[in-house]
Design a protein around this ligand. Structure first.
Ligand SMILES: C[S@@+](CC[C@H](N)C(=O)[O-])C[C@H]1O[C@@H](n2cnc3c(N)ncnc32)[C@H](O)[C@@H]1O
Length: 198
């Protein structure tokens, strides 16, 4: 997998653009001021940097060293401080935090469950998990995402991964995405804003 992502980011720096994900923008006002936020599979940091610009304390993780280098470079250019970690989510253990963000992070089922469980345990009471992902129906589209059905998610997957969540938003949607050449056009997504009860 690393080779795939390193190659993509080397050949196409800033491949999904430098704007943050639109769903994240829609729900970001739910985050308390100066939240401690962990961004999983965050690529070159477009969402992490935007959150840092809004005053949050952000850690981002990705297994692609090329992406991490690009995130560090952009953070320096913008004069922003974020923690960047090059690590596989298989071994990564998120620290206690107020929010976890996962935007188009697609994992095989065993790893998906493990990462979601660890993230949930890391959240403080009242904390949020924000996710946009492609759902299984996206396999018929060519607007982005993995071609492996096992790496596309369903509502049932997420409901069972987060059994104690209060789902403020958990929607299957068809949206138009416009995030560079590999995320472009009508797309079948799930948008989730889950809250850990107090
Ligand atoms: C489609 S990109 C999305 C990047 C970012 N979240 C964004 O919205 O721009 C998926 C990212 O997940 C990362 N990723 C996939 N599997 C991973 C794993 N097991 N551990 C760490 N990162 C992973 C890839 O390196 C890639 O950067």
């Amino acid at each position: 997998m690393n080779n795939f992502w390193d190659q993509r980011y080397s050949e196409h720096p800033g491949v999904y653009g430098w704007e943050p994900n639109q769903f994240l923008v829609l729900v970001a006002d739910k985050l308390a001021e100066s939240s401690r936020i962990v961004c999983l599979g965050e690529g070159y940091g477009r969402n992490a940097l935007w959150l840092a610009q809004r005053g949050h304390r952000v850690t981002m993780v990705d297994s692609s060293q090329v992406a991490i280098d690009q995130a560090n470079k952009k953070a320096r250019e913008l004069g922003l401080r974020i923690e960047t970690l090059c690590e596989d989510l298989e071994t990564y253990r998120p620290p206690q935090c107020d929010a976890v963000i996962a935007i188009f992070v697609h994992l095989l089922p065993d790893l998906r469950r493990l990462v979601h469980e660890r993230s949930w345990n890391a959240l403080t009471n009242g904390g949020h998990f924000i996710m946009e992902c492609f759902r299984k129906e996206q396999v018929q589209r060519n607007s982005g995402g993995p071609r492996n059905l096992d790496m596309l998610y369903s509502l049932v997957d997420l409901q069972s991964d987060f059994p104690f969540a209060e789902f403020i938003i958990l929607n299957e949607e068809t949206v138009k995405i416009s995030e560079g050449q590999f995320h472009s056009g009508p797309a079948e997504v799930i948008r989730m804003l889950a809250r850990k009860p107090i």
